[in-house]
Structure formats: C-alpha cells, structure tokens
Design a protein around this ligand. Sequence first.
Ligand code: C2E
Ligand code: CA
Ligand code: CA
Ligand code: CA
Length: 284
Amino acid sequence: AKSAGGNRFELADPEVDARTITRHGLTTALPAALARGEFFIEYQPLVHLADGSVSGAEALVRWTHPQHGVLGPDRFIPLAEHTGLIVPLGRWVLEEAVRQAHEWQQRHADAGPLRINVNLSPVQLHHPHLVADTVEVLERVGLEPGALCLEVTESALIGADDDLLKPLRRLAEMGVDIALDDFGTGYSNLANLRRLPVSVLKLDRSFTQGMQRYPVDPVDLKIVEGVVSLAHSLDLSVTVEGVETGAQAEQLRDLGCDTAQGWYYARPGPPERLHTLAMVDATG
Ligand code: C2E
Ligand code: CA
Ligand code: CA
Ligand code: CA
C-alpha cells in the first residue's frame, strides 16, 4: 500500500506527467509520421526591402499529429535531432522545398528567380552524405544550385573546425548560398565571419524587436548599422527576420538591410500564396 501511495504521489503532478508522456510519445511517433506523410511545409516570403518585391521564401516544417493537431517545429525538431530522424526528415524537407521552388520557377518565369531557403540542423551538417544528397536532389528536380540557400545557425558554426566547414564550402563553390541564421545570438567573433563560407547574414528577431519600441534606442540602431556595414564590407547580404510593422521595415531599409521576412509582409503559409504574392509584384 505504501509503494502504491508513493507511485500515486509521483503521478500527482499531471502537468509534468503529461509533458513527459508527450515528449516520449512524440519521439516514438516521429518515424511513422514521416512514413505516413504527416509533415508539411509552410512558406514565408522574403522581400527585397528596396522595392518590396518577393525574392523567395523560407521553408518551415510542421507536423499534423493525429491526436495533438498541428505542431510547430520547436516541438519536434529537437526530438528528431536527438534520435537522428532529423536526417531523413531534413532530406524530405529539402526535396519538397526544392520541388516547390522549381514549380514556382516553371509556372512563373516572369516573376524573376524565386529562391528557396531551407534550414539545416547541425546534425545534418555532421552527416557524411550532406553534399551528395543535396546535389542529388538538385539534379533530379532540375533546380539550379543558385536558387537554393541553406540556413545554418550561428551557434552551429561557432568554433567549427575545417572538417565541419568543408561540406559547406563545397556547396558554396557549387553556387548554393549559405546563410548564417539567428545571427547575433551566438556571440561569435565578428572577425571569424571571414573564414565561414557564408554569403547571407540573417539578423535574429531580437534585433528587430528592439525597433518596435518607440522611440527606438539609438544604441540599437547603431548596433544594426554596424553589423550591416561590416556584413557589406565582407560582401554578405543582410536579411532581417521578425519584421512586424511598416515602421520597422522602413527603418531597416534605411539602415541598409537587403531583404526582410516577417508578419508585416506575410505569415508562413501554403505554397500557392507565394505564387499570388510574386504575381502581384510581376504585374506591378
Ligand atoms: P527560424 O529559422 O529562425 O525561423 C523563423 C521563425 O520565426 C519561424 O518560426 C517563423 O514562423 C517565425 N516568424 C516569422 N516572422 C515572424 C514575425 O514577424 N514575428 C514573430 N514573432 N515570428 C516570426 P517556426 O516556423 O515556428 O520555426 C521555428 C524554428 O524551427 C525555425 O526558426 C527553425 O530553427 C526551426 N525549423 C523550422 N523548419 C525547420 C526545418 O525544416 N529543419 C530544421 N532543422 N529546423 C527547422
Ligand atoms: Ca531559418
Ligand atoms: Ca532565424
Ligand atoms: Ca530563430
């Protein structure tokens, strides 16, 4: 009776318990979810700040869980990284997104080249087949490498040695763009940027958040200004994430940022929506 009571006491925190079950349940459900096609991708447009035209989109994965409904990537990507399922899942995302980009280009040559951004987990970065898999997908689908941008977080590359950078260098040499995602959160040595094979810097949302306050802290402005001028001097283009207001967009454009992404332009959505947005630009 005493041990039963003990057990019951352990289960008495329903929140902790539910969380544990869900985490474990989600982890074990991941492989079947991939096999059953429960994942889907939403696309969020990237916009040229100079004229507001769509330059491409970022692919963001979601999971339609049979019991829990649609789950965001923050709920399951860490679990998939832990079990290694991120490798086949990431390959699926890449192929799906590359196919979608190819379709946009086919149906829509007049809208200008639409580029596709795909997130790469550090686990994928360590996988020996990354370059071969990427080349294979691009060739099979028929998308030129220059239309693909792989996003790697700043924290994944901090202290990266040459072995880790080699596959990224090879992809960059082929024409694939590499973006440094969540830049500004990793405390990386700015001088270190020179040795990374990246061509795009994606300023983390924390930068743009500071610009929602009014008046904007002049120190925040100076920081963005400094990062942009450093990036440009290294021939990197600058994308800002999390742009939620027109005032932010204007300010970031004036500070010299190149492209932007955020709810002000569009939330992540189905691929057809990007089509419509790009059409609008093409027709003026
Ligand atoms: P991220 O790469 O930094 O992606 C941007 C996140 O910011 C997305 O969240 C997006 O929906 C959200 N966002 C966009 N605009 C705004 C805005 O104006 N305001 C605010 N508050 N948020 C905005 P999401 O889709 O939940 O993705 C979260 C993270 O999950 C991503 O962060 C990325 O690190 C990861 N992720 C998503 N898809 C994949 C994938 O296919 N593979 C891997 N490895 N990671 C992925
Ligand atoms: Ca990203
Ligand atoms: Ca980001
Ligand atoms: Ca982020």
